[in-house]
Design a protein around this ligand. Structure first.
Ligand SMILES: [Zn+2]
Length: 585
């Protein structure tokens, strides 16, 4: 096992070092003309452009190469023959700190493991090895993606890790499995049928606990007892995470809720995001508990836009608050543990929801609400409708997140209230084959109704909600246009496919509008910031099924190539053991 850890350490170190070298760009001059590539401006008139003049980080002119050249003889010409240039890609819903931290845990995901044997053996290996934390933390358990993944019993968890506290987080992070040592750490005796514990700790029929924990409040009780990683290690992981987004092609991210443990999570994101060499712009929505005296606003690299809350949970745990019950079958009841005739619950009473939304709306906070089921979307729309009526501020554009089962009628109401909608279409990539068992064919025909939302004229965006899925904008692009599952076996809601151009709009200009930054970023137009993503191919000329083969060759922010090798190691005080801990797991 020691040998294996050292090998993993070596391989990972090399991978990380080589990753630093990929975008090794030197700064270029302040005035450049970019030409030779196909340019997709994503502007409202979508005028054809042959070249772009960048002056001190701003797009100063666009148009004909010969004319730009004659008028700007001092500008350096940058040739990008064969490439395609988009405005910098924008990911409007992602969680960088959680991605950074969970990236350092034991991977038990369906992206890596084909079956239960493989998942359990990864856990057993990890229980024998070392890790970043005295707890064994695994992430990615996914009964909806790994076909034979029965829920673990407490006995099985105790066998895998008899003494070291172990927590296995599910992919969507709405459920976890813990062993007896972990329960003991929070003062719970699983055999005591009389002990008062939070509802989220699931009991067997005989009243003992079965090791399953559901939804955020109960998970929080557990998280509080897990010793945190050293702040310096977390900072390093977050910086590496920022580089990952940039390498994937993103130049801006929206963070609806900074989730992930750190003594000052917002301060850490600000530190990593708000510096000249940062590869990304970050736009934040704070959780209620994080909103203190913090002011809205910020710099060009780091801005606080509003607040985020969860109105319901995940479809895969019965958390989505739906109108008609989940399908009753072996898969939903036995595998996913969803009770028969279940409809999910709302996280707020109507009165509490109304007072929260009216309050933040009045203060000028943009509100981002997690809504998967119809009931969740309806409640939030009702509350926003009343808040806008009592205190009209139509330009304050609130957001609905994920929108698995939002209906036509609700989309129409959202449009009238100037609410934008973001879709987590990668559900269809990873769960397209199993979702019909959860919601049935009728509901699947309108699951994630992206085209309906476009047709109604809403501001529509697409997101990956990392770490819920691996970062890959081109997979998201492909899924929105094909709606095909990873296996190729299912196409969910074929009438809700959008065009490649619409998907690109969703990932650039629409995302900029959703974040309220449409005047600054999101298209290649005069006066906007010179943020670009250089692609290996022109998506508009490709078959939708092949879009995932596109590569991001380079990103630029403020007129300069992003350099992801620029981690300043001197500023990060990191113990050697911590570093080994991170690299080996
Ligand atoms: Zn999220």
């Amino acid at each position: 096992m020691k040998k294996r850890s050292s090998l993993i350490l070596l391989v990972n170190s090399l991978a990380i070092i080589s990753a630093f070298l990929i975008f090794q760009n030197k700064n270029i001059s302040d005035r450049v003309i970019i030409a030779g590539a196909t340019i997709l401006p994503m502007s409202s008139d979508n005028a054809e452009i042959e070249a772009v003049l960048v002056d001190k980080g701003i797009i100063a002119a666009v148009g004909d190469l010969k004319e730009l050249r004659e008028a700007n003889e001092d500008a350096e010409i940058i040739e990008r023959a064969g490439q395609t240039i988009l405005p910098g890609l924008i990911e409007p819903h992602t969680h960088p700190l959680a991605s950074a931290l969970l990236g350092a845990t034991v991977d038990v995901s369906g992206f890596t493991h084909p079956n239960r044997i493989s998942v359990i053996s990864a856990l057993k290996d990890a229980a024998d090895g070392m890790g970043i934390s005295p707890w064994l933390i695994a992430y990615g358990w996914d009964a909806a993606a790994v076909e034979d993944l029965e829920r673990p019993s407490l006995e099985e968890l105790d066998q895998i890790s008899p003494e070291r506290p172990m927590i296995i987080l599910t992919q969507m992070m709405h459920e976890a499995y813990v062993n007896t040592a972990a329960l003991s750490a929070v003062g719970i005796d699983p055999t005591d049928t009389n002990q008062t514990v939070h509802d989220g700790f699931v009991r067997n029929q005989n009243g003992t606990l079965n090791g399953t924990i559901r939804e955020i409040d109960a998970l929080g009780i557990m998280f509080e007892k897990i010793p945190p990683a050293p702040d310096s290690a977390t900072e390093l992981l977050l910086r590496l995470q920022y580089n990952k987004y940039a390498k994937a092609g993103y130049t801006s991210i929206g963070i609806p809720g900074v989730v992930g443990r750190h003594s000052d999570a917002i301060g850490l994101v600000k530190k990593v995001a708000d510096r000249k060499a940062s590869p990304l712009r970050s736009y934040l929505y704070l959780l209620k508990a994080q909103i203190k005296e913090m002011e809205l606003g910020g710099s060009n690299d780091f801005k606080i836009l509003g607040m985020k809350f969860w109105m319901d949970g995940s479809p895969y745990t019965g958390g989505a608050a739906v109108d008609a019950p989940y399908e009753n079958n072996k898969f939903t009841i036995e595998r996913l543990g969803i009770p028969a005739n279940h409809k999910g619950t709302l996280n707020f009473s109507p009165a509490d929801l109304q007072s929260m939304i009216s309050d933040y709306h009045a203060k000028g906070y943009q509100i981002a609400a997690h809504v998967q089921g119809e009931r969740a979307a309806r409640s939030v729309i009702d509350a926003i409708s009343k808040a806008q009526k009592d205190n009209p501020n139509p330009s304050l554009r609130h957001r609905l997140e994920h929108n698995a089962l939002i209906t036509d009628e609700l989309l129409a109401r959202a449009k009238n209230l100037n609410i934008s909608v973001g879709f987590f279409v990668d559900h269809l990539t990873y769960y397209g084959d199993t979702l019909p068992k959860i919601f049935g064919d009728d509901r699947m025909a309108r699951y994630m109704p992206v085209k309906s939302a476009f047709d109604k004229g809403l501001i529509v965006t697409l997101h990956g909600d990392h770490p819920s899925t691996p970062i890959n904008p081109f997979r998201t692009l492909q899924t929105a246009t094909t709606r095909q599952s990873r296996s190729g076996q299912s196409i969910s809601g074929k009438d809700e496919k959008i065009s490649i151009y619409q998907a690109l709009q969703a990932m650039t200009i629409n995302a900029a509008h959703q974040l309220g930054q449409g005047a600054e970023i999101g298209s290649i137009e005069i006066g906007k910031r010179a943020d670009f993503t250089f692609l290996s191919a022109d998506p508009l000329t490709m078959a939708p099924e092949t879009l995932h083969t596109i590569e991001a060759l380079e990103t630029w922010k403020d007129g300069q190539p992003v350099d992801t090798s620029s981690i300043n190691w001197k500023n990060i005080k990191l113990g050697f053991n911590t570093l080994i801990g991170i690299l080996s797991r």
